[in-house]
Every structure is written in structure tokens, then in C-alpha cells.
Design a protein around this ligand. Structure first.
Ligand code: GLU
Length: 410
């Protein structure tokens, strides 16, 4: 079984070789603060069905635990721990006062109907509710969860707590205290970073071929936004198939097909391609936007794109990182590239606390300011330490955590 948490420890070790970080903090960061494991049940089915649910509260030095909840058949404790660790560092890179957490239920949501999905969500949230709170731990959407499920969480929490508190989760629907722009925030953040990087290398969107793996919230919105900006998107994929056309795909048509048929597979103006082959295509930008461990030591040497932007969490393993670095391929890491989601989650939380809501324009203006500031600082670290983007982002975030840690001892 793949063990994403082992990747975390390797990445941490690599960073320590470059800078001195307080050993006590490093010792803390090798383990989460708290692991919550719950039994999630579907009682209303003829045969009782039981699943494993998790919430990992990794670290709250910077603020309340923050991070999404995913429903996926591959969810396991090692994965949730890794994702919760990355959230800790992501909030540090984003410079928002939040810590890191993550949750998940080990289930294939495609096998559930709407009612069962709601029943599962309610049972899971009821079980983790004692550990959730707007100043304690604030979940959000992740793989296979969305605003509708966040609304169910708010409702279930109200039952547990006697009153509605919108600040306990982010990524809610607009009518339930959500923020404008939250849905596209992850992809918008990625686009802002991508454009900034292209500016640096004196390229325009029109010059760029792009391949996107994953067509969920992050991948589909990235495709939509980039297509509008004039990028040529030559391939995208979902869990069923990839589709490729070297002259570019009509993303608007593809979005309609996905909505109607549930997959991008067999798109008329393209040929089907496997997810593995898609990663190896000749392109200018590759955006893995699905799951972790997609680019590993097995296929890293076959990657041709000179730039990888990680909209997914953990798609490139540490061993692959080494190979890509030697091949001069830049990897803009998850904890920076997809931080737009949690940044706008933070804005949503602020709006809930103040009871005042912002325009989409204000949300995106502020997002741009936050994420560009992080990008510039990570880039400076990259130059200063002559390292890759990921290690530079780790250095930047760990230094912030270290400062907080030392303060907390006084
Ligand atoms: N699930 C998203 C992530 O991995 C968003 C987390 C959040 O908004 O708390 O960054």
C-alpha cells in the first residue's frame, strides 16, 4: 500500500538538510496533535453498512485546525495524516492564521444515492462534532465533497450544539453563509500563480499548451478559467478516461458533456487516452489536479512538460521530485499552487464571524494579493537556498511555524 505520510517525513528531512529548524518543533511535526477515528454507519439500508471515518488535527500553532473532508475508497489514516500535515504547511505559506487538519471517510461515493450520501454525512459529522468548532477545527470540501455536504454539516452541528454556527465549516453554499468565489478559488489561485510564472519567463497564455489531470472541482475550474484566458488545453482526464486533441479541446463543450454524461470519455472532438499516457504528453504545462502519488520514480523520467503545477495534494512523490529536478522541470508545489482554496476559506470564515459579506471582486482581489505575496516570497527562498520550489515553500512555512513555536514557549 502506498504510504503518503512517509513522503511527508522525507520532505521534512530534505528541508532540514538545508536550514536549521528548532529540533523540538521538528519532533512535534512528525506526529499529529490528535487522531479521531469514527465508525460511520448507513443504518437505513437493508443490510447495515459500516465505514471508517477520520479527522486528523495535525497542528494548531498558527490557529484553529483547518482542512477539507474527502470521501474516497482509498482514504486511509496514512493519507489523512499526510494531507493534514500539508494543510499545516499550506496555511503557513498562505500566511493565514489557521492550523492544519484533514478528514475523510473510506467509501466509494459513486455507490451511494443522494439520501445515503446525506445519511453518511450526518453520521460522520455527528461523530466528529465534539472536536469541531469555529475556533477549534473548521472543515471544508475536498475530493468528492461539496457545498451541499458542507450545508448538511452545518445543519447536523446545529442539532448537536443547539444553534447554527456558520463559522464551523467553509465552502458552504451562498445561502448558507458561503463566500462568493469559493468554488473557483483553488483554480483561480492556480491561474494567478501560473500567469505570474509565465510573465517571469516572458510567455503569454496564447503560447501555452496545457494538460490537466482530473476534472473535479479543481481540474474542471482550472480548465474553464485557463480556456477563457486563451491557453490551449490539449488534454484533460477524469477517473474514467482522458481525452486528447493536439489542436486543443473546446472546454465549454466538454463541460457540458461532463455534466450530461458524468465523464469526459469519448468526447467527439478528441481521442481517448489513459491517465498514465496523459501525464507523459508533450506540453508546456502539466497540472495534476486529481490525487496523490501520480508522478513517481516509475514515470518521472518520462515527463516532458517543463512545468508542473500541483492543483492536487501530493501528486508528485519525493523520489519523482529528485528526478524532475535533475531534468530541470519546475514543480510549483501543492502547498502554494492550490492554496487559493484555503485562502478563500479563511475569507469565508472572516465573513461569517463579522456577519458581513464581500463581493466576488473583493474576494478575488484579496486572493490575488495573498497568493502573489506567498509566491514572491517562496521564489526568493528558492533563489536564496538554490533549491526547488517545494523545498523553498517548506522553508518559508517552517520558519513561520518556528517563530510561533518559540513565542508559544514564552
Ligand atoms: N480541501 C482544500 C485543500 O486541500 C481546501 C481546504 C480548506 O479550505 O480548508 O486545500
Amino acid at each position: 500500500m502506498k504510504n503518503p505520510f512517509r513522503n511527508v517525513l522525507t520532505q521534512l528531512k530534505k528541508t532540514q538538510k538545508i536550514i536549521n529548524i528548532d529540533q523540538r518543533l521538528i519532533k512535534h511535526l512528525k506526529q499529529p496533535d490528535k487522531i479521531i477515528q469514527v465508525k460511520v454507519a448507513l443504518n437505513k439500508t437493508k443490510k447495515l453498512r459500516i465505514f471508517k471515518g477520520y479527522r486528523v488535527q495535525y497542528n494548531n500553532l498558527m490557529g484553529p485546525y483547518k482542512g477539507g473532508i474527502r470521501y474516497d475508497k482509498h482514504v486511509n489514516l496514512s493519507e489523512v495524516k499526510a494531507l493534514a500535515f500539508w494543510m499545516t504547511l499550506k496555511c503557513g505559506v498562505a500566511q493565514i492564521p489557521m492550523g492544519g487538519g484533514k478528514g475523510g471517510v473510506s467509501i466509494d461515493p459513486d455507490k451511494l444515492n443522494e439520501e445515503q450520501l446525506e445519511e453518511l454525512s450526518r453520521d460522520y459529522f455527528k461523530k466528529i462534532s465534539p472536536d469541531i468548532g469555529s475556533d477549534l477545527d473548521i472543515p471544508a470540501p475536498d475530493v468528492n465533497t461539496n457545498a451541499k455536504i458542507m450545508d448538511v454539516f452545518v445543519d447536523e452541528y446545529a442539532k448537536f450544539n443547539g444553534k447554527k454556527d456558520y463559522g464551523i465549516v467553509t465552502g458552504k453554499s451562498l445561502k448558507n453563509g458561503g463566500s462568493k468565489g469559493r468554488e473557483e478559488a483553488t483554480s483561480m489561485g492556480g491561474l494567478i500563480i501560473l500567469k505570474q510564472h509565465l510573465k517571469k519567463i516572458r510567455k503569454k497564455p496564447q503560447d501555452i499548451d496545457m494538460v490537466i489531470q482530473g476534472f473535479g472541482n479543481a481540474g474542471a475550474n482550472l480548465a474553464k478559467l485557463c480556456y477563457k484566458q486563451g491557453f490551449k488545453i490539449i488534454a484533460v482526464s477524469d477517473s474514467k478516461s482522458g481525452v486528447y486533441n493536439k489542436n486543443g479541446l473546446d472546454i465549454n463543450k466538454l463541460l457540458i458533456q461532463k455534466e450530461k454524461k458524468g465523464s469526459v470519455k469519448n468526447f467527439k472532438e478528441a481521442t481517448n487516452i489513459s491517465n498514465e499516457k496523459l501525464l507523459e504528453l508533450e506540453t508546456d504545462v502539466l497540472a495534476p489536479s486529481a490525487m496523490e502519488n501520480q508522478i513517481t520514480q516509475k514515470n518521472a523520467f518520462k515527463i516532458k512538460s517543463p512545468l508542473i503545477i500541483e492543483l492536487a495534494n501530493g501528486p508528485v512523490t519525493p523520489k519523482a521530485d529528485e528526478i524532475l529536478f535533475k531534468k530541470n522541470i519546475d514543480v510549483i508545489p501543492d502547498i502554494l499552487a492550490n492554496s487559493g482554496g484555503v485562502i478563500v476559506s479563511y475569507f469565508e470564515w472572516l465573513q461569517n464571524k463579522k456577519g458581513r459579506y464581500w463581493s466576488k471582486q473583493k474576494v478575488f482581489e484579496k486572493l490575488k494579493k495573498y497568493i502573489l505575496n506567498s509566491f514572491v516570497q517562496v521564489d526568493e527562498n528558492k533563489k536564496k537556498y538554490q533549491t526547488d520550489f517545494r523545498t523553498a515553500a517548506y522553508i518559508f512555512s517552517l520558519k513561520k511555524l518556528e517563530k510561533k513555536y518559540i513565542q508559544s514557549l514564552k
